[in-house]
Ligand binder design. Structure first.
Ligand code: NDP
Length: 245
């Protein structure tokens, strides 16, 4: 019997993650919507996924909490032996900006724990079944900051650059099993994360003169997650309106 094909999107409750959930559902995937605490927003994503005609399951866990990630994903796998996760999108992320001399240890730790350790914690759980399935797509949402570095974001730039390194290394480990691993580096995208930035002022330095939309990031994620993208791996692709990186 053919297994039900699922995509797991971390941080699927809002912003870029929500748009990716909807785009992957439109391509026929059932969606595991991970979120940290915002159940109402996750339920809204589930509604949008259901509109596309596929199943949506909410999975609440903190990607930074290794034991919790393991527990929830192991339980889900045990309860769903007829299902396989073909797509993993490591999207959950936070920023907590300040110049390094002012940075509290906790600001460093939480940003690294969520953005970098989170990617490890979730990927580790999903990878072995994907290897056995001999097909998979892993997409890591990184950032312009992880490519060029941004002042005031030493923690976030370090975390995202770490994920870029992991993307390139893992792509080489798993290519022979038909699993691709790529990173998407958004620039300024209109979400809660960029809500308090001065959009007008920042738009002036972006060649296309505006912030991007979550859907514009999701369109690339959907392509990289498709079977057609099987010869693209280990890449970091920017979606940033032409900002020089
Ligand atoms: P939002 O702040 O809009 O949404 C963040 C999402 O991540 C929410 O779904 C949130 O869940 C979830 N999340 C946060 N922390 C955790 C955690 N510890 N465990 C599980 N889920 C968590 O962010 P964006 O949509 O803007 O960002 C998505 C990704 O894109 C991030 O990795 C970010 O770094 C990256 N990015 C964003 C850019 C932008 O301009 N917006 C630019 C470059 C990169 P909940 O709703 O439960 O809180």
């Amino acid at each position: 019997m053919e297994k039900k094909r699922y995509a797991l999107v971390t941080g699927g409750s809002r912003g870029i993650g929500r748009a990716i959930c909807v785009a992957l559902a439109a391509n026929g995937y059932h969606i595991l919507i991970n979120y940290k605490g915002n159940k109402e927003a996750a339920e809204e994503t589930a509604r949008l996924v259901a509109e596309q005609g596929t199943l949506a399951t909410l999975l609440c866990f903190d990607v930074a909490a290794r034991d919790g990630v393991r527990k929830v994903l192991t339980q889900w796998a045990e309860d769903n032996k007829d299902a396989v996760i073909e797509i993993l999108v490591n999207n959950a992320g936070i920023r907590n900006d300040t110049l390094l001399p002012m940075m509290a240890d906790d600001q460093w730790d939480t940003v690294l724990d969520t953005n970098l350790q989170g990617m490890y914690n979730v990927t580790k759980q999903v990878l072995t079944p994907m290897l056995l399935h001999r097909y998979g797509r892993i997409i890591n949402i990184v950032s312009l900051s992880g490519i060029k570095g941004m002042p005031g974001q030493v923690n976030y730039s370090a975390a995202k650059a770490g994920v870029i390194g992991a993307t390139k290394a893992l792509a080489q480990e798993v290519g022979k099993r038909n699993i691709t691993v790529n990173a998407i580096a958004p620039g300024f995208i209109k979400t809660d994360m960029t809500g308090e930035l001065n959009e007008q002022e920042l738009s002036a330095m972006i060649p296309v003169k505006r912030f991007g939309t979550p859907e514009e990031v999701a369109a690339l994620a959907a392509f990289l997650a498709s079977a057609q993208a099987g010869y693209i791996t280990g890449q970091v692709i920017s979606v940033n309106g032409g900002l020089y990186t």
